[in-house]
Design a protein around this ligand. Structure first.
Ligand code: HEC
Length: 463
């Protein structure tokens, strides 16, 4: 019958805590208050710490009940609870301390200050529990927030994958993220503008101060949608015009979700959503083409020196430690000139030696290139005999051997490469052999430059 007393007393905690706070601060202030005679305030101080201690005890008990009945986690409340116990003990301690004394000594003041500190910390932690840690900081202007080092994490919106977007749950993986991104700042349990909480389906279904905002199947009569398409000047337009506005796809998705019944568990495929509507939310795996490295950017001096040698040298992108080097203006480059590049070999991601004097021997030097991703050896003396060596470059993706002497058997030696994506063999013995070979399958693409299709058996039929 009286079972409700525990939870009720627990819920009184946020009210009751103010009692010890007020009484104890009064006591602490009195300890420092200038007074004519040394001990005029002593009786009041004693009383303050006694009453404060009793109030702290009561608040502590109600707090413990709240923790028991309201589903707070022990990790969250632990330090706050210990602080509460210390506050109560400290108050009684000070009461006994002053009981035995007839003057306020510096030591007494230090004790009082210590209690004040514990009180502040405990109160602050309690505030964090009910209002959230960002209660004060979230109302600061963004510049101030970043000044204090508070990271403002923008809400991400829907994030779907190419392979499985159809199976994504319409509400939880699309609609809720859209609401989080556009509406949550004003419609959450702590900040419920219009009495509306849009952070959960339950809150959404409950509606706001004007009642329900969703009529399943009827978007026009659902405020959740109709407010979004009001003219921006309309004061009922949501979100308020100075705020981030949802994109037209986001609005269309909210509309479709309502029209399809505003269900909790329906998937995008079940709701018949088109790929086009969902396109902006599909994550593209942007794997960068060049390797990501820790190498710091090259010094301007070293770069200038490479240019002096006659190379064209630049960073593959600003801030990168990797280089793109071409020999367009250095046609005399030969195997022995390799020395000039040796000191930057781990930086070279793109190397174009096309049209230079290099021979098969250069491949020996190139095997140590850990970041080499694009290698152009077009129109050089490469015969292909030692091509296998290049397959050991761990990041090589594109290899250009146009107008060289390579044959198909040599190209097949490259199959041990784990990274190679494309090999260009325009105008080589290999390209002709490849076209004749029929269905030779290789782990990389061969660009033969000869866009005649390989001969099909049907081609030989004479009409
Ligand atoms: C900058 C704050 C802010 C943002 C962001 C915001 N709203 Fe509101 N919203 C309000 C305020 C203030 C009210 C109450 C005044 C009113 O009804 O127009 C309100 C009221 C509403 C109501 C009416 C509730 C009722 O029952 O009266 C709906 C529906 C609503 N908002 C939907 C949205 C949706 C959907 C989004 C996101 C797409 C959104 N709001 C974003 C501030 C905001």
């Amino acid at each position: 019958m009286l079972k409700f007393l525990g939870p009720l007393l627990g819920r009184m905690h946020p009210v009751l805590v103010h009692l010890p706070i007020g009484i104890l601060i009064f006591g602490i202030v009195l300890c420092f208050f200038p007074q004519r005679e040394k001990n005029t305030f002593l009786p009041a101080i004693r009383l303050a710490f006694l009453l404060g201690g009793i109030a702290a005890l009561g608040a502590g008990i109600s707090g413990f009940l709240q923790y028991q009945f309201e589903g707070f986690s022990w990790e969250d409340v632990r330090i706050h609870l210990i602080g509460g116990v210390l506050t109560a003990l400290g108050s009684f301690g000070l009461f006994f301390h002053f009981k035995k004394r007839d003057a306020i000594t510096p030591k007494s003041k230090a004790f009082a200050l210590g209690l004040g500190l514990i009180l502040m910390i405990t109160g602050h932690l309690g505030g964090n529990l009910t209002h959230g840690e960002s209660y004060f900081t979230e109302v600061l202007p963004p510049e101030l927030q970043s000044f204090f080092g508070i990271e403002i994490q923008p809400e991400k919106g829907p994030q779907l994958t190419e392979e499985s977007w159809g199976e994504a749950v319409f509400y939880s993986e699309v609609i809720q993220p859209i609401l989080n991104q556009n509406c949550k700042s004003c419609h959450n349990p702590r900040n419920k503008k219009g009495e509306l909480d849009l952070t959960t389906l339950k809150g959404l279904m409950t509606g706001g101060e004007d009642g329900v905002i969703l009529t399943a199947g009827d978007a026009q009569h659902s405020e959740l949608f109709s407010r979004l398409i009001l003219a921006k000047e309309d004061e009922k337009h949501m979100p308020p015009s100075e705020k981030r506005q949802p994109s037209k796809e986001e609005i269309a998705l909210i509309e479709t979700w309502i029209k399809s019944g505003g269900k909790a568990n329906q998937t995008l495929a079940e709701a018949g959503i088109s790929r086009k509507l969902i396109e902006p939310f599909i994550q593209k795996n942007e794997v960068s083409f060049y390797p990501t490295t820790q190498i710091s950017a090259i010094s301007a001096d070293s770069l200038a020196q490479l240019k002096d040698y006659g190379f064209f040298a630049e960073l593959i992108e600003s801030g990168s430690g990797l280089l793109k080097i071409t020999c367009t203006n250095f046609p005399g480059f030969q195997d022995s000139d390799w020395e000039k590049l040796a000191h930057v070999k781990n930086r070279i991601a793109y190397l174009d030696l096309s049209g230079t004097q290099v021979s098969d021997a250069i491949l020996d030097s190139l095997t140590g290139f850990s970041n080499l991703t694009v290698l152009k050896l077009n129109a050089t003396g490469i015969t292909g005999n030692s091509l296998k060596k290049i397959s050991q470059s761990p990041n090589l993706k594109l290899l250009y051997l146009n107008k060289t002497g390579v044959n198909l058997a040599q190209i097949q030696q490259l199959t041990s490469s784990q990274s190679l994506q494309k090999v260009f063999i325009f105008d080589t013995p290999a390209s002709a052999e490849f076209l004749d070979s029929g269905k030779l399958s290789l782990p990389f693409l061969l660009e033969t430059g000869n866009y005649q299709l390989p001969k099909l058996p049907t081609d030989t039929i004479v009409y």
